[in-house]
Design a protein around this ligand. Structure first.
Ligand code: HEM
Ligand code: HEM
Length: 184
């Protein structure tokens, strides 16, 4: 169950720290960190790794129900934390230019984060155990039934967006590494 907003606060705090670092680099170099240079590139790579973790880890834990490694609710909190910090780092990586496929990938990234917030809201409407598993037996109540249907519908939209996002991100990385890094 997501009983607190702890993961949102942590993401906010870490976001502030990263903003401070970004501001520091800007202050020293007097330039917006370029996407293909050390700092901007590192932001893209670390941010993307966090996004990959967001995509994979929670689903893995969710599908291994026999697993005892951590509550599902904690994994979802971690999912949300990395799902916010990763995209934020990637946003700073863009150097505020959004041309071509890289721009489209950024758009998908923003869409999945917004969609995540909607999912989080619906998720909290469904009664769950402390571990995050749905509590059966309340299906007769129509508002709760509706929330479950909405959650199922949300999954059918959110998951494909994630897949398209990662395909376009990998193509962008291939192109960027080939044209902007190897051919330099
Ligand atoms: C979802 C993840 C990512 C998004 C949304 C993203 C987005 C972008 C955007 C918007 C730009 C600026 C394009 C422009 O100049 O108009 C860019 C540049 C660049 N990105 Fe990414 N990026 C991501 C991940 C990565 C990763 C993981 C790498 C490295 C492996 C990378 C390498 C680069 C490079 C080298 C450039 C500079 C290209 C140039 O100077 O022409 N990106 N990225
Ligand atoms: C890089 C960004 C993100 C990616 C790639 C991503 C991807 C995914 C995927 C693939 C699932 C399906 C898990 C499954 O059922 O196996 C999921 C579920 C979910 N995500 Fe995200 N997500 C991201 C960001 C976020 C954010 C920012 C939030 C909240 C603010 C969020 C909230 C949720 C919720 C509530 C679920 C449903 C959990 C469930 O039904 O068990 N996600 N996400």
């Amino acid at each position: 169950m997501l009983r607190s907003n702890r993961e949102l606060w942590w993401a906010f705090l870490v976001g502030l720290l990263i903003t401070g670092l970004y501001g520091g680099v800007y202050f020293v170099t007097r330039e917006v960190p370029a996407a293909g240079e050390l700092f901007g590139h590192a932001l893209g790579i670390f941010g993307f790794v966090l996004m990959l973790m967001t995509e994979i880890l929670y689903s893995l834990r969710k599908r291994t129900r026999s697993a005892s490694w951590g509550r599902m609710s904690s994994w979802l909190q971690f999912h949300i934390f990395t799902g916010l910090v990763g995209p934020y780092m990637v946003l700073l990586h863009t150097s505020w230019k959004f041309n071509g496929l890289a721009g489209v990938t950024t758009l998908f990234t923003i869409v999945i984060v917004v969609s995540g917030f909607i999912g989080r809201y619906i998720f909290t409407r469904i009664p769950r155990t402390l571990d995050g598993l749905e509590i059966e037996g309340t299906l007769s109540e129509s508002a709760l039934r509706q929330a479950r249907q909405l959650m199922a519908l949300w999954h059918t939209i959110h998951i494909p967006i994630g897949m398209v996002l990662f395909v376009s991100a990998f193509v962008h990385m291939g192109g960027a590494l080939y044209y902007a890094t190897l051919l330099k």
